[in-house]
Design a protein around this ligand. Structure first.
Ligand SMILES: Cc1ncc(COP(=O)(O)O)c(C=O)c1O
Length: 316
């Protein structure tokens, strides 16, 4: 999850419990067979100092619902219940800084691989301070020799725990070879995404994004940044289209985007420098706009920011 240790309280199957008690049983299909889906959601301190707000929580919970449906669960927790649990957890932990929330829905009990229930649900949160150096200096990526999993094998469109084996293998290889992270290609050899983030690139004044059919998670950050780029006039055009590997070497700027990653410049791919080998102007401008938005410093569409107001009663 990154950041420090979890806040003292977690949430498990309907109750607020000590964070250390949020554990999954070994024999649950959610553990044994990775029959689990999850979301990572961030909350940010508002730019005007007026408390904290969750960013696009409703959209994350809708995606969790879609992921859980593909998992084949008999009983799928409703977004309203999940939202109440998340906000309640933040209030009870008196969260007052940037933080990250992990919510996991899984097959509990001791069933077979195809068990459809009972449904388990667990939530933990922890502080997540901004990684300024990474945002400024950027990271270096390796095009992985592992291929991105396909929609007909282990669909990347759903945020399933099982998909992260593929991510892990690519990440391990990249780190062993001295890179920060990986970029995965589809079986057809086109750019998909990073192990835990989507990739965007700038070529000849155009912002390019591999399409949602390129073996990627339908990322909310990707959607946010593409909308901001379209509205801003920062680039001549924004295109979602298949991207070849060598376009990564020809790009003047590349960035990774995701809830955890935020908007991070990629300054090298394989042995090639990206552009001048440092953060480019479009990336920097998109970072500024992204942080202004998530911190409520510029207007956002209805429902994107959920304020968490301290509730003194629950802190006693
Ligand atoms: C594989 C993968 N791709 C992309 C993303 C970005 O998605 P989002 O922006 O919705 O967090 C994530 C998670 O952050 C991810 O795990």
């Amino acid at each position: 999850m990154g950041g420090g240790s979890a806040y003292p309280l977690g949430w498990l199957n309907g109750s607020f419990v000590p964070a250390g008690d949020v554990r999954l049983p070994l024999l649950a299909p959610g553990v044994s067979y990775a029959a689990a889906v999850f979301e990572g959601i961030r909350a940010y301190v508002r730019a005007d100092g007026g408390g904290i707000a969750l960013f696009r929580m409703g959209d994350h919970l809708e995606r969790l619902l879609r992921s859980a449906a593909v998992l084949g669960l008999d009983e799928i927790p409703q977004p309203a219940l999940m939202a109440e649990a998340i906000v309640g957890l933040m209030k009870r932990n008196a969260v007052a800084e940037d933080c990250y929330i992990r919510i996991q829905v899984y097959v509990d009990g001791e069933g077979e691989m195809t068990a459809r229930g009972p449904t388990g649900m667990a939530i933990l949160a922890r502080p997540r301070p901004q990684l300024t150096e990474r945002l400024e200096r950027g990271i270096r990526c390796q095009v992985s020799s592992w291929r991105r999993i396909g929609d007909n094998a282990s669909p990347p469109r759903i945020k399933a725990a099982a998909n992260y084996l593929n991510s892990r293998l690519a990440g391990l290889q990249a780190k062993a070879d001295g890179y920060d992270t990986a970029l995965l290609l589809t079986e057809a050899g086109q750019v998909a995404e990073a192990p835990g983030a989507c990739v965007l690139m700038v070529r000849d004044g155009e912002l390019l994004a591999p399409p949602v059919t390129a073996g990627i998670l339908e990322s909310l950050t990707r959607d946010t940044v593409l909308r901001q780029a379209r509205a801003s006039g920062l680039v001549a055009r924004v295109s979602e289209r298949p991207v070849d590997r060598t376009e990564l070497y020809a790009a003047s700027e590349i960035m990774l985007v995701g809830t955890g990653m935020e908007v991070v410049p990629v300054v090298g791919v394989d042995r090639f420098a990206v552009g001048d080998g440092c953060r480019g102007p479009v990336t920097e401008a998109l970072q500024d706009r992204y942080f202004a938005l998530v911190r409520g410093g510029e207007p956002s569409p209805e429902g994107w920011l959920t304020p968490v107001t301290p509730d003194l009663e629950t802190q006693e």
